[in-house]
Design a protein around this ligand. Structure first.
Ligand code: ADP
Ligand code: MG
Length: 522
C-alpha cells in the first residue's frame, strides 16, 4: 500500500484500493499514475493484457474530474460491450466517496435506459464505438466539453475495424481535451492515429521483462495434427484443477473440439462468432462460476474476456501471428497468479514457432506430453488425497456399517476395487486413452539452403560440407541433395541444423543476401 501512496493518490482512492485488495501498483500503474496526476498531457500507455491498465488511467481520472460539473468530462471507448461494463465497474469500485457518475453505453442495451442515465448527468461515459455513434447522431450525447478522450485496448479496436468510427467520434469533441490511448501492442496504424489526433504526447511502455509473462510458464509440445485432441485430453487429465481457455483458429474447429470434449465427458463449452450474445453471456457466466472448466474459443470470440485465474491457455491451433500468441497467453499469469501457456506445434509449424519466439521475445520450452501411466498415477494420487480428506472429516456411522457389511462377503481389496470400477467407470483404465504417435521433427523438417558460392569459387561437394562444418562448428551434419552450379550451390539439411547455419550466416552477407540463405521456393 505504501507504494500506492507514494504515487500521489488521495486517501479516498487509497481506501478503495484497500477494499479491492490491491496491495502494490503494477509496473504500468507505477509509471502512469504520477505522470497523469502531475501533468495535463496526451499519453500512449503500452503494456500487455492483464497488467492493470484500467486502474492506471482510472485512478488519475477519478482524482481529476470535478463532481460539480455535470457535463460528460471523459469518454472511454472500448472494443466490446463486456470491456465497457468491466471498465465502468472497475472505475466505479475505485471512485470511493467521490460523487461521480459513470455510465456504460453499449449496443444491445435498451436506448431508453441509456437516455435516462445520460439525462441525469454522467461525468464518465464508457462505451463501444457503434452505440456511441448512435447517440451522437441522435444528439443524445454531447462530448464537446471533454477533459479526456480515452481509447482502451486500441489494438483490439483496430482489429475489429473500429478506427473509422473513432475518427468520426473525435470530430464531435472539443479541441482542448487530452487524449489517452492504451494498448497491448502499438501497430503503425495506431501511431498514425496518435500523430493525427494527439499533440505533444508521452509514450509510456512497460517492457517485456517487466511483464506478467514472467508468471506464465510457456511450453510447447510437438504433436501431429491428428493427435492434438488426444494430447489436449491428457494435459487436462494430468492436472488437478485445470481451468483453461483453448484457442482454435476457426469456429468449425472450435465446435468440433468442444463436441468431442463433451462426448468424452468433459465440462466444456464453445465460444465463437456465431453464438448469440445471450448464449455468450450464459456460457461466460458458467465458465466464471467454474461450472465448466474448459472454454474453447476463436481469437475474436475470446477478445475482451476478463478472467483472471486461468491455470492454462492452450494454443490448439497455432496462432496466426505473433501478436495473437502474445494476446492469447496474456490471458493467463494475470494479476499475480501463475499460469501455463501450452502451444501445440506440428512439424509443418515448427519454423513459425522460432519466429514467434523471436518476435515475442519469449522463451518457449519444449516438453513431452504426459504418458498414459503418468495420468493414471496422477489420478490415483488425487484419489488418495481426497480419501484422506474424507477420512479426516469423519465418515458417518451409516457408511461404516455398509462397509462392514460389504466386506463380509468379499475381501476388502475386491470390495474396494469393485467400488472403484462402479464409481469411476473406466477412469483408471489405460485403454480409455488413445496412443499418440511420436513426432520427430528431424524426419519431417528439412530446409533447402542456398549458398552464394559455386564452381567459380572452386567449390565441390566435399569443400562445401567442410566449409559449413568449419564455420558453424557443427560436428557432423546430414546433408543431402547437394547441387553445385557455377556461381552458387544448393543443399538440404534438417531443420534444427538449418536454423544454426542460417543464424551463423545471417551476419555474413554477400551484397544484400547472406552467404547462406533459405532457398527460394522452387
Ligand atoms: P489490462 O487492461 O492491462 O488488460 P486490467 O486493468 O483489466 O488489465 O487488470 C487486470 C486484472 O488485474 C483486473 O482483474 C484488475 O482488477 C487486477 N488488478 C489491476 N491492478 C491491480 C493491482 N495493483 N493489484 C492487484 N490486482 C490488480
Ligand atoms: Mg484493459
Amino acid at each position: 500500500m505504501e507504494n500506492f501512496k507514494k504515487l500521489g493518490l488521495s486517501s479516498n482512492t487509497i481506501d478503495s484500493l484497500k477494499r479491492k485488495g490491491y496491495e502494490e501498483p503494477t509496473p504500468i500503474q507505477e509509471k502512469i499514475i504520477p505522470l497523469l496526476l502531475d501533468k495535463e498531457k496526451d499519453l500512449i500507455g503500452q503494456a500487455q493484457t492483464g497488467t492493470g491498465k484500467t486502474a492506471a488511467f482510472g485512478l488519475p481520472l477519478i482524482e481529476k474530474l470535478s463532481c460539480e460539473n455535470k457535463d460528460v468530462q471523459a469518454i472511454i471507448l472500448t472494443p466490446t460491450r463486456e470491456l465497457a461494463i468491466q471498465v465502468a465497474e472497475e472505475i466505479n469500485s475505485l471512485k470511493g466517496k467521490k460523487r461521480i457518475n459513470i455510465a456504460p453505453i453499449y449496443g444491445g442495451q435498451s436506448i431508453e435506459l441509456q437516455l435516462r442515465k445520460l439525462k441525469k448527468g454522467v461525468q464518465i461515459v464508457v462505451g463501444t464505438p457503434g452505440r456511441i455513434m448512435d447517440h451522437l447522431n441522435r444528439g443524445t450525447l454531447k462530448i464537446d466539453r471533454l477533459s479526456y478522450f480515452i481509447l482502451d485496448e486500441a489494438d483490439e479496436m483496430l482489429n475489429m475495424g473500429f478506427f473509422e468510427d473513432i475518427e468520426e467520434i473525435i470530430k464531435y469533441t472539443n479541441e482542448d481535451k487530452k487524449v489517452w490511448l492504451f494498448s497491448a501492442t502499438i501497430p503503425d496504424r495506431i501511431l498514425k492515429l496518435a500523430k493525427n489526433y494527439m499533440k505533444d504526447y508521452e509514450f509510456v511502455r512497460v517492457s517485456k521483462e517487466q511483464l506478467a509473462t514472467e508468471l506464465t510458464d510457456q511450453i510447447y509440445f510437438e504433436v501431429n495434427g491428428t493427435d492434438k485432441f488426444e494430447a489436449l485430453c491428457r494435459i487436462i487429465d494430468v492436472e488437478a484443477d485445470f481451468y483453461g481457455l483453448v484457442f482454435c483458429r476457426t469456429k468449425v474447429k472450435v465446435e468440433e473440439v468442444a463436441n468431442r470434449m463433451i462426448d468424452r465427458g468433459y465440462e466444456a463449452e464453445a465460444l465463437h462468432g456465431d453464438i448469440s450474445q445471450h448464449q455468450r453471456e450464459r456460457i461466460l457466466s458458467k465458465f466464471k462460476n467454474r461450472r465448466i472448466s474448459v472454454l474453447i474459443a476463436t481469437d475474436v470470440a475470446a477478445r475482451g474476456l476478463d478472467i483472471n485465474d486461468l491455470t492454462h491457455v492452450i494454443n490448439y491451433s497455432f496462432p496466426e501471428d505473433p501478436n495473437f500468441y502474445v494476446h492469447r497467453i496474456g490471458r493467463t499469469g494475470r494479476a499475480g497468479k501463475e499460469g501455463t501457456a501450452i502451444t501445440f506445434v506440428t512439424p509443418a509449424e515448427y519454423r513459425r514457432l522460432s519466429y514467434i519466439k523471436k518476435i515475442s521475445k519469449s522463451s518457449i520450452r519444449k516438453e513431452k506430453l504426459p504418458e498414459i501411466t503418468d495420468i493414471i498415477n496422477a489420478k490415483i494420487d488425487r484419489l488418495k488425497l481426497d480419501l484422506s480428506d474424507i477420512i479426516e472429516s469423519k465418515i458417518s456411522k451409516e457408511y461404516m456399517k455398509i462397509a462392514e457389511n460389504l466386506i463380509e462377503e468379499h475381501s476388502p481389496i475386491e470390495t474396494i476395487a469393485s467400488l472403484l470400477k462402479y464409481s469411476f467407470n473406466g477412469e483408471f483404465d489405460e485403454s480409455s486413452y488413445n496412443k499418440i504417435k511420436e513426432v520427430s521433427l528431424d524426419k519431417h523438417g528439412k530446409t533447402r539452403l542456398f549458398v552464394a558460392l559455386g564452381k567459380s569459387a572452386k567449390m565441390d561437394t566435399k569443400k562445401l560440407v567442410d566449409f559449413i562444418l568449419s564455420k558453424t562448428k557443427l560436428k557432423s551434419i546430414n546433408i543431402k541433395d547437394i547441387k553445385i552450379f557455377d556461381n552458387f550451390s544448393f543443399l538440404t539439411v534438417p531443420f534444427e541444423e538449418a536454423e544454426i547455419i542460417l543464424k551463423y550466416f545471417s551476419k555474413h552477407k554477400r551484397g544484400k543476401r547472406p552467404l547462406v540463405d533459405k532457398a527460394k521456393a522452387r
